[in-house]
Write a protein that binds this ligand. Structure first.
Ligand code: ECB
Length: 134
């Protein structure tokens, strides 16, 4: 049985989000707003199908995909760069590789105790986010 990430999750910590946003080329004004946010994630996991809805008072981002199947991602409202994304299991971690203009781009989700962890990677920057169940 794979891990089930389903649920509603609230951000409680956000380490080096600034560095990650700089690597993505997000402008100063947008970064100032974005780093104040406490986004919520609503994750629905049904077999190989996942939806991850990240919401905030500023912008929302919705992602739906099938694990193991490459898809086009538009990153609309984030850096707006298109990439080809593939999400796979690495043991109990869900790993996304985002192939595009930015090197070493991707993310990893895993559970640790009652917490949801998310590592966001771009170039040489790593942002670490922790969420707790709402
Ligand atoms: C959508 C809430 C954050 C809005 C931030 C607005 C502007 C900053 C622009 C770009 C920064 C890049 C990413 C923002 C961080 C989190 C959004 C979703 C990150 C992500 O890819 O989550 C994955 C894994 O949960 C599912 O899309």
């Amino acid at each position: 049985m794979p891990v089930d990430f389903s649920g509603t999750w609230n951000l409680v910590s956000n380490d080096n989000f600034e560095g990650y946003m700089v690597a993505l080329g997000i402008d100063f004004a947008t970064r100032k707003i974005a780093k104040m946010l406490k986004p919520q994630k609503v994750i629905k996991q049904d077999g190989d199908m996942l939806s991850i809805h990240t919401t905030s008072t500023f912008r929302d981002y919705m992602l739906q995909f099938k694990i193991g199947e490459e898809f086009e991602e538009d990153n609309k409202g984030l850096d707006n760069r298109k990439c080809k994304s593939l999400v796979t299991w690495d043991n109990d971690k869900l790993v996304c590789v985002q192939i595009g203009e930015k090197k070493n781009r991707g993310w990893t989700h895993w559970l640790e105790g009652d917490d949801l962890h998310l590592e966001l990677r771009c170039e040489n920057q790593v942002c670490r986010q922790v969420f707790k169940r709402a």
